[in-house]
Design a protein around this ligand. Structure first.
Ligand SMILES: N[C@@H](CCC(=O)N[C@@H](CS)C(=O)NCC(=O)O)C(=O)O
Length: 260
């Protein structure tokens, strides 16, 4: 059976869970929630990131590669459209979600939860973060104009990638109101799906469990920085702050190529 290394709070892990639930593929779960489980994760992913998936002799990490693998290996319930133009649209939206949309989510996470003092240090930050979330919502609202699904005519990887981000943003204080009617209606429709309800229940249970853990895997005092997340910090004026975080060992970068 498929072995899934995941954390129910990670949007990337949730993308893979949604794909597995939609496809109806059973899996055995290795929930990686604590620092002491890092070695278990490193054994399947040298970047020590969730999700990772082991299917017999095959080990895959990175949610996009996992979803592509699932599509190739278990095509019965397709999560990629058949039309080439819609397929590329689906992949573009997934990439947008994993990069710039994730980076906006991290800005929210940092400024509201992990380093709330930032809003005092940088008085213009809250407005910049709110504007960034608004840009994400506007873009998705435009992309959903006249469409029931983001790409093609059924639930796709684009939905699986974007839903966890939008769901969390809406939950932490950025509701989607009538000014974005396409996005609001899409979210309401998606929330009726069994896969989405199962994943949301996993995330709520994961959040409750995370509150009882003394050595969480995602250490709020030692953050993992990379790619679009770094760009977005620089864009809102937090580039020097990031250098201080790294200098003071409150943050770290992914392994360099020699460590992979
Ligand atoms: N590109 C990877 C990103 C996965 C990722 O960022 N995972 C985060 C959780 S959201 C993680 O495991 N971080 C480990 C850490 O912060 O130490 C994917 O798509 O799977």
């Amino acid at each position: 059976m498929i072995q899934l290394y995941d954390n129910p709070l990670s949007p990337y892990a949730r993308k893979v869970r949604l794909a597995l639930y939609e496809k109806g593929i059973p899996f055995e779960l290795h929930e990686i929630m604590t620092e002491s489980q890092r070695n278990e994760l490193l054994a399947v992913n040298p970047r020590a990131e969730v999700p990772a998936l082991v299917d017999d002799a095959i080990t895959v990490y990175d949610s996009s590669l996992i979803c592509a693998y699932l599509e190739d290996r278990y095509p019965e319930v397709p999560l990629l459209p058949t039309d080439p133009a819609q397929r590329v649209r689906c992949r573009q939206l997934e990439r947008l979600s994993d990069g710039p949309i994730d980076a906006v989510g991290i800005l929210v996470f940092i400024s509201k939860m992990v380093r709330p003092e930032l809003e005092q240090q940088f008085p213009e930050l809250a407005a910049k973060v709110t504007a960034a979330v608004g840009e994400v919502y506007d873009l998705l609202d435009r992309e959903l104009s006249g469409r029931a699904f983001l790409a093609g005519d059924s639930f796709s990887i684009a939905e699986a990638a974007i839903l966890p981000h939008v769901g969390v943003l809406a939950f932490v204080g950025y509701p989607i109101d009538a000014s974005r009617p396409n996005l609001a209606a899409w979210l309401e429709r998606m929330n009726e799906r069994e896969s989405v309800q199962r994943d949301s229940a996993d995330a709520v249970a994961g959040w409750e469990k995370s509150q009882t853990i003394a050595d969480p895997l995602f250490d709020n005092h030692h953050l993992h920085w990379r790619d679009h997340r770094i760009e977005s910090l620089i864009r809102v004026g937090l580039g020097h702050w990031l250098m201080d975080e790294l200098d003071q060992d409150r943050g770290f970068l992914p392994p360099s190529i020699g460590d992979l």
